[in-house]
Design a protein around this ligand. Sequence first.
Ligand code: GRF
Length: 195
Amino acid sequence: ARVVVLLSGTGSLCAALLDAAADPAYPAQVVAVGADRDAAGLDHARRRGLPTFVCAVGEHPDRAAWDRALAAAIAAHEPDLVVSAGFMKIVGPAVLDAFGGRLINTHPALLPAFPGAHAVRDALAAGARVTGSTVHLVDAGVDTGPVLAQREVPVEAGDDEASLHERIKIVERQLLVDTVAQLAPTVREGRKVLS
Ligand code: GRF
Protein backbone atom coordinates (compact mmCIF):
# COMPACT_ATOMS: atom_id res chain seq x y z
CA ALA A 1 0.00 0.00 0.00
CA ARG A 2 1.22 3.52 -0.88
CA VAL A 3 1.48 5.73 2.22
CA VAL A 4 1.93 9.51 2.46
CA VAL A 5 3.03 10.71 5.92
CA LEU A 6 2.26 14.21 7.27
CA LEU A 7 4.32 15.64 10.13
CA SER A 8 5.18 18.93 11.85
CA GLY A 9 8.03 18.08 14.20
CA THR A 10 11.01 15.77 14.68
CA GLY A 11 9.34 12.93 12.78
CA SER A 12 10.36 10.09 15.09
CA LEU A 13 7.06 8.38 14.27
CA CYS A 14 7.64 8.87 10.55
CA ALA A 15 11.15 7.45 10.94
CA ALA A 16 9.72 4.35 12.62
CA LEU A 17 7.37 3.83 9.68
CA LEU A 18 10.21 4.35 7.19
CA ASP A 19 12.35 1.81 9.07
CA ALA A 20 9.52 -0.75 9.11
CA ALA A 21 8.83 -0.19 5.40
CA ALA A 22 12.48 -0.87 4.58
CA ASP A 23 11.62 -4.55 5.11
CA PRO A 24 10.29 -5.78 1.76
CA ALA A 25 7.89 -8.05 3.69
CA TYR A 26 6.16 -5.02 5.24
CA PRO A 27 2.87 -4.49 3.30
CA ALA A 28 3.21 -0.72 2.94
CA GLN A 29 5.74 1.74 1.60
CA VAL A 30 6.07 5.44 2.30
CA VAL A 31 5.97 7.24 -1.05
CA ALA A 32 6.23 10.84 0.22
CA VAL A 33 6.40 12.90 3.41
CA GLY A 34 4.72 16.30 3.76
CA ALA A 35 4.68 18.99 6.44
CA ASP A 36 3.05 22.30 7.27
CA ARG A 37 6.51 23.85 7.76
CA ASP A 38 10.13 23.04 6.95
CA ALA A 39 10.07 20.50 9.78
CA ALA A 40 13.17 18.58 10.85
CA GLY A 41 11.21 15.37 10.31
CA LEU A 42 11.36 15.89 6.53
CA ASP A 43 15.06 14.99 6.70
CA HIS A 44 14.11 11.34 7.38
CA ALA A 45 12.57 11.28 3.89
CA ARG A 46 15.29 13.32 2.21
CA ARG A 47 17.98 10.97 3.55
CA ARG A 48 16.13 8.08 1.88
CA GLY A 49 15.70 9.97 -1.40
CA LEU A 50 11.93 10.18 -0.93
CA PRO A 51 9.84 13.11 -2.20
CA THR A 52 8.80 15.73 0.35
CA PHE A 53 6.48 18.72 0.26
CA VAL A 54 5.79 21.71 2.51
CA CYS A 55 2.33 23.24 2.59
CA ALA A 56 2.40 26.20 4.98
CA VAL A 57 -0.81 27.95 5.99
CA GLY A 58 0.93 31.32 5.70
CA GLU A 59 1.68 30.73 2.02
CA HIS A 60 -2.05 30.79 1.20
CA PRO A 61 -4.64 33.59 1.27
CA ASP A 62 -6.82 31.64 3.68
CA ARG A 63 -7.31 28.31 5.42
CA ALA A 64 -9.60 26.93 2.70
CA ALA A 65 -6.95 27.62 0.04
CA TRP A 66 -4.35 25.89 2.22
CA ASP A 67 -6.65 22.90 2.67
CA ARG A 68 -7.12 22.59 -1.12
CA ALA A 69 -3.37 22.95 -1.74
CA LEU A 70 -2.62 20.28 0.88
CA ALA A 71 -5.16 17.90 -0.69
CA ALA A 72 -3.52 18.41 -4.09
CA ALA A 73 0.01 17.95 -2.72
CA ILE A 74 -1.01 14.66 -1.09
CA ALA A 75 -2.97 13.47 -4.16
CA ALA A 76 0.06 14.01 -6.39
CA HIS A 77 1.59 10.91 -4.75
CA GLU A 78 -1.51 8.75 -5.26
CA PRO A 79 -1.65 7.37 -1.70
CA ASP A 80 -3.75 4.44 -0.57
CA LEU A 81 -3.38 5.69 3.02
CA VAL A 82 -2.45 9.05 4.57
CA VAL A 83 -0.84 8.98 8.02
CA SER A 84 -0.78 12.07 10.23
CA ALA A 85 2.17 11.46 12.55
CA GLY A 86 2.63 14.51 14.70
CA PHE A 87 0.97 16.77 12.12
CA MET A 88 -0.23 19.71 14.16
CA LYS A 89 -2.90 21.20 11.91
CA ILE A 90 -6.60 20.41 11.62
CA VAL A 91 -7.27 19.44 8.01
CA GLY A 92 -10.32 20.87 6.24
CA PRO A 93 -13.09 19.62 3.92
CA ALA A 94 -10.89 19.37 0.80
CA VAL A 95 -8.50 16.92 2.49
CA LEU A 96 -11.36 15.06 4.19
CA ASP A 97 -13.34 14.75 0.93
CA ALA A 98 -10.29 13.41 -0.85
CA PHE A 99 -8.93 11.09 1.85
CA GLY A 100 -11.60 10.62 4.50
CA GLY A 101 -11.82 6.95 5.45
CA ARG A 102 -8.14 6.37 4.62
CA LEU A 103 -6.61 9.20 6.66
CA ILE A 104 -5.42 8.17 10.12
CA ASN A 105 -3.83 10.04 13.02
CA THR A 106 -1.75 8.92 15.97
CA HIS A 107 -2.38 10.65 19.30
CA PRO A 108 -0.37 10.26 22.55
CA ALA A 109 -3.35 9.52 24.84
CA LEU A 110 -6.21 7.03 25.18
CA LEU A 111 -8.89 8.96 23.25
CA PRO A 112 -11.49 10.16 23.99
CA ALA A 113 -9.41 11.12 27.02
CA PHE A 114 -7.08 14.09 26.59
CA PRO A 115 -7.69 15.25 22.99
CA GLY A 116 -5.82 18.24 21.59
CA ALA A 117 -2.27 19.46 21.34
CA HIS A 118 -1.26 18.95 25.01
CA ALA A 119 -2.43 15.40 25.65
CA VAL A 120 0.62 14.28 27.65
CA ARG A 121 0.65 17.40 29.84
CA ASP A 122 -3.10 17.06 30.41
CA ALA A 123 -2.85 13.39 31.44
CA LEU A 124 -0.13 14.28 33.96
CA ALA A 125 -2.14 17.23 35.29
CA ALA A 126 -5.17 14.99 35.72
CA GLY A 127 -3.12 12.55 37.81
CA ALA A 128 -3.71 9.69 35.35
CA ARG A 129 -2.00 6.45 36.45
CA VAL A 130 -2.33 5.00 32.96
CA THR A 131 -2.36 6.75 29.61
CA GLY A 132 -1.35 5.50 26.18
CA SER A 133 -1.48 5.90 22.44
CA THR A 134 -4.37 5.90 19.97
CA VAL A 135 -4.59 5.50 16.20
CA HIS A 136 -7.88 6.81 14.84
CA LEU A 137 -9.57 7.80 11.59
CA VAL A 138 -9.47 11.57 11.10
CA ASP A 139 -12.80 13.35 10.82
CA ALA A 140 -13.65 17.07 10.88
CA GLY A 141 -13.08 17.36 14.62
CA VAL A 142 -9.95 17.50 16.79
CA ASP A 143 -8.89 13.91 17.59
CA THR A 144 -12.54 12.79 17.41
CA GLY A 145 -12.66 10.19 14.61
CA PRO A 146 -13.39 6.47 15.18
CA VAL A 147 -10.67 4.68 17.19
CA LEU A 148 -8.81 1.96 15.25
CA ALA A 149 -6.21 0.85 17.83
CA GLN A 150 -5.02 1.72 21.34
CA ARG A 151 -2.23 0.62 23.64
CA GLU A 152 -1.75 1.56 27.33
CA VAL A 153 1.33 3.23 28.81
CA PRO A 154 1.84 3.45 32.60
CA VAL A 155 2.59 6.80 34.21
CA GLU A 156 5.63 6.45 36.49
CA ALA A 157 6.22 8.39 39.71
CA GLY A 158 8.40 11.39 38.96
CA ASP A 159 7.33 11.55 35.32
CA ASP A 160 7.35 14.94 33.73
CA GLU A 161 5.86 15.74 30.31
CA ALA A 162 9.08 14.87 28.48
CA SER A 163 9.74 11.52 30.20
CA LEU A 164 6.13 10.41 29.83
CA HIS A 165 5.93 11.54 26.20
CA GLU A 166 9.10 9.62 25.36
CA ARG A 167 7.68 6.46 26.97
CA ILE A 168 4.43 6.96 25.04
CA LYS A 169 6.30 7.52 21.77
CA ILE A 170 7.98 4.10 22.09
CA VAL A 171 4.53 2.49 22.20
CA GLU A 172 3.11 4.95 19.68
CA ARG A 173 5.73 4.03 17.08
CA GLN A 174 5.00 0.31 17.37
CA LEU A 175 1.21 0.81 17.40
CA LEU A 176 1.41 2.94 14.25
CA VAL A 177 3.64 0.43 12.43
CA ASP A 178 1.32 -2.44 13.42
CA THR A 179 -1.88 -0.56 12.51
CA VAL A 180 -0.61 0.57 9.07
CA ALA A 181 0.32 -3.06 8.33
CA GLN A 182 -3.17 -4.20 9.35
CA LEU A 183 -4.87 -1.56 7.17
CA ALA A 184 -2.65 -2.10 4.11
CA PRO A 185 -4.69 -4.92 2.49
CA THR A 186 -7.92 -2.91 2.85
CA VAL A 187 -6.66 0.42 1.53
CA ARG A 188 -4.56 -1.21 -1.21
CA GLU A 189 -7.83 -2.40 -2.80
CA GLY A 190 -8.91 1.24 -2.80
CA ARG A 191 -11.42 0.49 -0.05
CA LYS A 192 -11.91 2.79 2.91
CA VAL A 193 -11.12 1.66 6.45
CA LEU A 194 -14.30 0.62 8.24
CA SER A 195 -14.25 2.11 11.71
C1 GRF B 1 3.74 12.33 18.71
O1 GRF B 1 3.58 11.90 20.06
C2 GRF B 1 2.39 12.64 18.13
O2 GRF B 1 1.34 11.78 18.53
C3 GRF B 1 2.17 14.01 18.71
O3 GRF B 1 3.41 14.68 18.59
C4 GRF B 1 4.42 13.67 18.60
C5 GRF B 1 5.17 13.77 17.29
O4 GRF B 1 6.42 13.27 17.51
N1 GRF B 1 1.13 14.73 18.01
P1 GRF B 1 7.45 13.13 16.26
O5 GRF B 1 7.41 14.45 15.50
O6 GRF B 1 6.95 11.98 15.42
O7 GRF B 1 8.78 12.86 16.91
